[in-house]
Design a protein around this ligand. Structure first.
Ligand code: SAM
Length: 223
C-alpha cells in the first residue's frame, strides 16, 4: 500500500517551500497538480523531475477511483494545488475522503496557506475563528451573510479584487459600518500590504484605490 501526501506550495514567494515538501515531491511516484504548467515552474525551480498529472475540479470526480487504485497498488502520490494548501478552497477534499474511506494513509504537510498570515496580521482575535472561503456569488449569499452577522468569532473570507467593493458594501449592510475589518493583499509578494479599519473606512480606501491582486478579508466577530 502506498500513501497520499498533500503538499502545500508557496502563495507567492518561492522561498516558502519547506525542505520536507521538496523531499516528498522528489520521492513521490506521481505528482497530481491542479495546473501542470503553473506547478511546472515551481518544480523546475527546485529541480524536481517527478512525473505530473493534472487533477482539478473538472476531472477529480472521474479520476479519484483510479488514483485510489494506484495508491493501493503501492504508489506514493503527492497532491499539490496552484498555490497554498490543497483542499483549502482548492481540490483535495474528494481524494482525501476517498483515501480515508479506503484505509489509505493520508499525510498533509504543514506549509503555506493564505488565511493564516492574513488572520494573524489582522490583529483581530485569532483564538476563535471561522473560515468561510469564497462567499456564494448569488444563491445563498444573503442567507450566509445574515447567519454570519450574529457570529462572535473572527470571520475569514477569500475574495477576488473585482468583487471586494461590492462585498465590503454588503458587510456595511449586514455587519454594520463600524465592524473591524482587515484586508491582506498579495501576501508574501512584492506589493504585500494589509489595510485595517472599520468596514466603512476600508471600503472608502479601496474606493479611492481599486484593489489589485489576491486578497483575504478578515472581519471581527459580533461584540
Ligand atoms: N489553497 C489556497 C490556500 O491555501 O490559501 C487558496 C486557493 S484559492 C483558489 C485562491 C484564493 O486564496 C485567492 O483568491 C485569495 O483569496 C487567496 N490567496 C491566495 N494567495 C494569496 C496571496 N498571496 N495573498 C492574498 N490572498 C491570497
Amino acid at each position: 500500500m502506498g500513501k497520499l501526501y498533500l503538499v502545500p506550495t508557496p502563495i507567492g514567494n518561492l522561498k516558502d517551500m519547506t525542505f520536507r515538501a521538496i523531499e516528498v515531491l522528489e520521492k513521490a511516484d506521481l505528482i497530481l497538480a491542479e495546473d501542470t504548467r503553473t506547478s511546472g515552474k515551481l518544480l523546475k525551480h527546485y529541480n524536481i523531475t517527478t512525473h505530473m498529472q493534472s487533477h482539478h475540479m473538472h476531472n477529480e470526480h472521474k479520476t479519484t477511483d483510479a488514483i485510489v487504485q494506484k495508491i493501493q497498488s503501492g504508489d506514493t502520490i503527492a497532491l499539490i494545488s496552484d498555490a497554498g494548501t490543497p483542499s483549502i478552497s482548492d481540490p483535495g477534499f474528494l481524494l482525501t475522503r476517498a483515501c480515508v474511506e479506503a484505509g489509505i494513509e493520508v499525510d498533509c504537510l504543514p506549509g503555506p496557506t493564505a488565511f493564516v498570515p492574513a488572520l494573524v496580521n489582522s490583529g483581530l482575535p485569532s483564538d476563535k475563528f471561522v473560515f468561510e472561503g469564497f462567499l456564494p456569488v448569488k444563491k445563498g449569499r444573503q442567507t450566509r451573510l445574515l447567519l454570519l452577522s450574529e457570529d462572535t468569532r473572527t470571520i475569514i473570507f477569500y475574495e477576488s479584487p473585482h468583487k471586494l467593493l461590492k462585498t465590503l458594501k454588503q458587510f456595511v449592510e449586514y455587519f454594520g459600518a463600524d465592524r473591524p475589518v482587515s484586508v491582506s493583499r498579495e501576501l508574501t509578494k512584492l506589493h504585500e500590504e494589509t489595510i485595517r479599519g472599520t468596514v466603512s473606512e476600508v471600503a472608502a480606501h479601496f474606493e479611492s484605490k481599486p484593489p489589485k491582486g489576491e486578497l483575504v478579508v478578515i472581519v471581527g466577530g459580533k461584540k
